[in-house]
Design a binder for this molecule. Sequence first.
Ligand SMILES: CC(=O)Oc1ccc2c(C)cc(=O)oc2c1
Length: 280
Amino acid sequence: MLDNLSATKVSGGWHKQYSHTSTSTHCPMRFAIFLPPGASQTNKVPVLYWLSGLTCTDENFMQKAGAFKKAAALGIAIVAPDTSPRGDTVPDQDSYDFGQGAGFYLNATQAPYNTHYNMYDYVVNELPSLIEQHFPVTDKKAISGHSMGGHGALMIALRNPKSYTSVSAFSPITNPIDCPWGQKAFSQYLGDDQSQWANYDSCELMKKAHSNEFLPMRIDQGDADNFLVEQLKPDNLTAVAKQVNYPLTLNMHAGYDHSYFFISSFIDEHLSFHQLYLQR
Ligand SMILES: CC(=O)Oc1ccc2c(C)cc(=O)oc2c1
């Protein structure tokens, strides 16, 4: 059952927030949806799934990205889930990069995280099926995200190439097994066996991708981003893409940082990129 929390008209469409009890994370989850003008049971629209970064909720993208006008013009719905399970019963740490707000879009295998931290199942299976059941959308899906959410988008698309028409990311963590944020999260959610970590690492997944299942992939990255060298490492992914001929375009942007100012500057281009493939 979906509990409607808000409904606000914007750019001729509707921004709505919902809560529901998740069978994947075993707790109430919130998500936001933007429905473009004219979306109806007789005019179903495709969906862009947006995965946010560390500390974010369903609200950051919707309030700060400035995506509504373009999504309305292109007839694309946008769905933004929360970034982790939440609540008093959900294990947490007093830390911005682990626990609540930092689910890393994986299925945890380690206690005490493995009961609730199943964001992979939630984003890949439960949420799309809920969205397709309750809203006027087609089953055409694209996926995008920022930073930790960029990692989520790339990793999920690489693992499920038949489920998405295209993938993009802003400032993504491209190689989590080789950076402090990823190593901190994966060691606690997935345990010490690093062979398990590769299942959630975009560089490792891209090495194994089948050429007949390659997806159009776009990444935008600011060169004034404080996290570029230590955490994000886009060159690691471009090196793999070159090795396996993966159709990845990395756009570097002079002077831009890690913030939503950067995302809002290029979100229209990402929506147009996804529209090319969603409409086919
Ligand atoms: C709203 C906002 O600024 O979001 C934001 C800020 C910082 C970060 C960092 C450092 C990492 C990440 O994964 O996401 C993220 C999101």
